[in-house]
Design a protein around this ligand. Structure first.
Ligand SMILES: C[C@H](O)[C@H](O)[C@@H](O)C(=O)CO
Ligand SMILES: [Mn+2]
Length: 412
């Protein structure tokens, strides 16, 4: 224990905050790291339709991972620089195989190398069906498509991802979250929203029919996307209702709401009706731009809600951003560490005192405590956490990130 940390520990203790307990708790919180930051959401199928589902990575920074081997090397580097034990969130179009199965033909064996690697690295795995970048998604309609043949194709894809996710969960001894996001929507104002939503509901029901004990289903809503400005079939209200009716997780992506909505505020509201929640922590700038997350107010408030509302046990924290204008490995490391820093800041707040003054409606004390607590020596506690987890911080971290980026910059 360094002298600086010891001083910090005492400074927090004077506020009735146990810095040791905060460090210990943080070490138990896994973050699901999204594979798609590593290759700009391109995937490894070697074929695709024109549809990006309205999601787009912009930029051409050198070093994009072009195959599973490069992506795993980049991830290993990133995990070495992120304190704690975490998870990998894999999309179905990141298969690792010489075969070329279509989306409705994928099987566990096409992903087995990822599971072997995850075992080796001590990581949990999460999974996602991929309902975009395919010619059968070029109408921006998949599970709600009016053509039953196209719906059946995507139902089969989703059904197979659940089977694969279940096997992943069983192999790794940790339930695999299989998150469903479909791009379905309309560019201009539709006249039969109800029919589209009924089709989406029926397709989801068909897809989720089998009992899969080692995985959990999550459904992710969205306000709008590029190309589907007028109506998104899987809106927030649609999926909130669906998740409650069918007992799935609800995925809240911070980029999928109106920019003035406070996503942190939604957590306690939906938690009253749901057993579990999935978060896609992101940073929308004017739209769902998926910038790398900062320690900004949105993220700090989200972390504070998770801690203060006692939601950490029922919330799975996943990240969802992709920036192709900067080092992709640095993006992962910075983003995950910022999520962890936000959680640590929340764990280091004088929670009991804050709740007590709010209960007696003392807004002045609440503001005063909140603002004064910002000046407590957080950095020393974070540095101690990194030291105990044997990962670099500060200047050595910056040097490591730069060194690795230089080593991958020559990729074609
Ligand atoms: C690649 C992801 O599945 C995707 O980002 C989805 O989660 C989303 O947020 C789409 O806007
Ligand atoms: Mn998302």
């Amino acid at each position: 224990m360094t002298r600086t940390y010891d001083d910090a520990r005492h400074a927090f203790a004077a506020w009735d905050v146990d810095a040791e307990a905060a460090i210990e708790r943080l070490a138990t919180i896994p973050i699901s790291v999204h594979c798609w930051q590593g290759d700009d959401v391109v995937g490894f199928e070697g074929k695709s339709g024109t549809s990006g589902g309205g999601i787009q990575a912009t930029g051409n920074h050198p070093g994009r991972a072009r195959n599973p081997t490069e992506l795993r090397a980049d991830l290993e580097f990133a995990y070495r620089n992120i304190p704690g034990k975490h998870r990998l969130n894999l999309h179905a179009f990141y298969m690792d195989t010489e075969e070329t199965p279509d989306r409705d033909e994928i099987e566990y064996r096409h992903f087995a190398p990822w599971v072997d690697w995850a075992k080796d690295q001590g990581l949990g795995l999460d999974f996602n069906p991929t309902f975009f970048a395919h010619q059968k998604a070029d109408d921006n309609l998949t599970l709600s498509h009016p053509d039953a043949g196209i719906r059946d194709f995507w139902i089969e894809h989703g059904r197979r991802t659940r089977e694969i996710a279940d096997r992943m969960g069983a192999e790794l001894g940790s339930p695999c979250i299989n998150n469903i996001w479909v791009p379905d929507g309309y560019k201009d104002i539709p006249v039969d929203r109800m029919a589209a939503r009924r089709r989406l509901e029926a397709s989801l029901d068909a897809m989720l029919a089998e009992d899969r004990p080692h995985m959990r289903d999550a459904v992710e809503s969205k306000l709008f996307g590029i190309g589907v400005e007028a109506c998104t079939v899987g809106s927030h209200e649609f999926y909130l209702g669906y998740a409650i009716r069918r007992g799935t997780l609800l995925c809240l992506d911070m980029g999928h709401f109106h920019p003035t909505e406070n996503i942190a505020d939604k957590l306690s509201a939906v938690a009253l009706s749901l057993d579990e929640i999935l978060l896609h922590v992101s940073r929308p700038m004017r739209w769902d731009s998926d910038h790398v997350i900062l320690q900004n107010d949105d993220i700090l408030q989200m972390a504070q809600e998770l801690v203060f509302a006692d939601l950490l046990e029922k919330t799975h924290i996943g990240l969802d951003f992709f920036d192709a204008t900067i080092s992709r490995t640095a993006a992962w490391v910075i983003g995950v560490r910022n999520m962890q820093k936000a959680l640590l800041r929340a764990l280091l707040l004088p929670q009991a005192r804050l709740k007590e003054v709010e209960a007696r409606l003392d807004g002045t004390a609440r503001l005063l405590l909140t603002e004064e607590a910002r000046d407590l020596p957080f950095a020393a506690v974070w540095a101690e956490f990194c030291e105990r987890q044997d990962v670099a911080a500060g200047q050595p971290l910056i040097a490591e990130l730069e060194r690795y980026q230089s080593s991958v910059a020559g990729r074609g």
